[in-house]
Design a protein around this ligand. Structure first.
Ligand SMILES: [Zn+2]
Length: 284
């Protein structure tokens, strides 16, 4: 009888250890995931433009495509050192069509998509950092990336914005597009041409990738403020911005590159094809 009882206790103790071990390992996995590291997440880095597509506006001195590629390469190094698997949509000065960029991102289930651009406009005074997202699932990533990049750059904070850019709307994974300053602004152009600054941009974007699970609402951030919590960045919904407003506010590249159908359906319709949130408004 005592022997039987002992065996039972041993069995229970053994089972408990198994349960505890399982619990610990999944907790550890969750913790690793929440820190964003580890091999489970693939970061698809998309350097805007390339090849014949210089980016920016006609006559712009600094080719946007070179700046985006340099920041993308630096970001790759930082993230790889952080334990992420990184896939680049381009690693050299080549043109990659937007659908190809999207297809690369969508070919991984555990991917996040980070698209790097610099801004441009005819008004030389325009400046600042802005970050775009489209799907709801992408907001924490956009919020975190913007928090770090806008916080780490000396440039003004233009906010997190929601807009249906092709690469954001067509990706099925969390996707963000960060505009790292205006190359048409003399001050920001000077920053961008400095390698130390571009390294800083890459490190801030990486911090946003790592911190994307730490985004909290403003309310909870004030209540349970921890060193790691990143307040949700307020955003401007620009998904229904009129075409005329959009062209007034600087436009370039990815916006245009997906707009062959916006030419097609050129009309007085307020929404251009990229901005439309209605699924029936398909485009190529
Ligand atoms: Zn661009």
């Amino acid at each position: 009888m005592p022997t039987k009882f002992c065996r039972l206790r041993l069995l229970i103790a053994g089972l408990s250890i198994v349960i505890l071990t399982c619990g610990t390992s999944s907790a550890a996995q969750a913790s690793r995931d929440s820190q964003g590291g580890g091999s489970s997440t693939i970061v698809v880095i998309d350097a805007g433009h390339g090849g014949f597509d210089r980016g920016g506006i006609p006559g712009q001195k600094i080719p946007e495509k070179e700046m985006t590629l340099d920041v993308a390469r630096r970001l790759k190094s930082v993230l790889t050192a952080n334990g992420y698997r990184v896939v680049m949509t381009r690693e050299s000065d080549v043109f990659v069509p937007l659908p190809t960029r999207v297809a690369i991102a969508n070919s991984y289930r555990n991917a996040i998509f980070v698209c790097i651009h610099f801004n441009s406009t005819k008004r030389a005074g325009a400046d600042g950092i802005e970050t775009y997202f489209y799907s709801r699932d992408s907001l924490p990533l956009a919020s975190a990336v913007h928090y770090f990049v806008a916080g780490g750059a000396p440039s003004p904070n233009r906010g997190v914005r929601r807009r249906g850019y092709y690469v954001l709307r067509k990706t099925k994974v969390p996707a963000v597009l960060v505009e790292c300053g205006f190359l048409t602004n003399p001050t920001e152009a000077a920053y961008a041409q400095n390698a130390t600054y571009r390294q800083k941009l890459a490190e801030e974007i990486a911090a946003g990738v790592r911190g994307r699970f730490s985004v909290t609402s403003a309310l909870s951030a004030t209540r349970v403020a921890t060193a790691e919590s990143i307040p949700l960045q307020s955003y401007i919904d620009q998904t229904n911005v009129r075409g005329s407003e959009r062209s007034r506010s600087k436009r370039s590249h990815k916006k245009r590159s997906s707009s062959k159908s916006s030419k097609k359906k050129k009309s007085s319709k307020p929404v251009d094809s990229k901005s439309s949130a209605t699924p029936k408004e398909g485009e190529g």
